[in-house]
Design a binder for this molecule. Sequence first.
Ligand SMILES: Nc1ncnc2c1ncn2[C@@H]1O[C@H](COP(=O)(O)OP(=O)(O)O)[C@@H](O)[C@H]1O
Ligand SMILES: [Mg+2]
Length: 265
Amino acid sequence: MSEKLLHIAGLGKAFGGNVVLDGVDMAVARGEIVGLLGPNGSGKSTLLNIATGFEALDRGSIVFDGTPIEKLAAHRIVGRGIARTFQLPSMPTRMSVMEVAMAASTARHGVWDTLLRPAPARQAEQAARDKAARLLRELLLEPVRDLPAAALSGGQKKLLGIVCALMGDPQMLMLDEPTAGVHPNLRNDIVQALLRLNAAGMTLVVVEHDMHFIQSLCTRCVVLDRGRIVASCRPDELASNERVAEAYLGAAAHQRAEAAQEAFA
Ligand SMILES: Nc1ncnc2c1ncn2[C@@H]1O[C@H](COP(=O)(O)OP(=O)(O)O)[C@@H](O)[C@H]1O
Ligand SMILES: [Mg+2]
């Protein structure tokens, strides 16, 4: 199916004088697993932040599942079906892993709800508990479900971030560097978990640097360089794509030049 689930057009964003996204056009079809690549500072996280309502855009449009979402607040975008994870997840110190997952549920009820409509509220709570337990199992967090979330390793926090994102049954999941800081053994487990989600119908957009991860997961890669898209190709075409090489080599040369300037300053 070639139906576009997400359609970003003419997206522009600057922080002060720093133009970070410069007319980005990007479409994601239902069922795709798109890798969003590019050197550090090329605008990947900013693109995710804007698509999920955590940052406002300066210009352009974003349509998700047929509805413009660029003016919606983050929680409304979640309600429309886009969930996300963060590059650096932070966890509440006093809650258990299970409690954090439960807190991310959309089936939350206040005390009045529980008192006034006890049966539906309890049913919803039980359904959320069952869902949290299933997702914790699928993302390998079952053994640590009663530990404080803050005690998890960096990699486990990333997995818990995915669990939380999935509690609302999104149509699309956007992941910001899901394997950065994650033990290599765990990376393949994350790939397998994401492939299972995709097989069940979820569309994925993944910001990632690990090439092995990208190759084993993505159906297509989009490469950003200084706020512009310079390539859209299959993962196995990345290595031979000149624009991609230029983006990474250019960034490396730029960083070397900056380092040299600092060293001689
Ligand atoms: N909230 C912000 N305020 C000011 N500058 C920002 C902010 N967020 C990102 N930037 C800048 O935007 C550029 C792109 O950042 P980012 O989107 O995080 O890149 P990437 O995720 O590709 O490494 C960087 O120069 C960064 O310093
Ligand atoms: Mg980033």
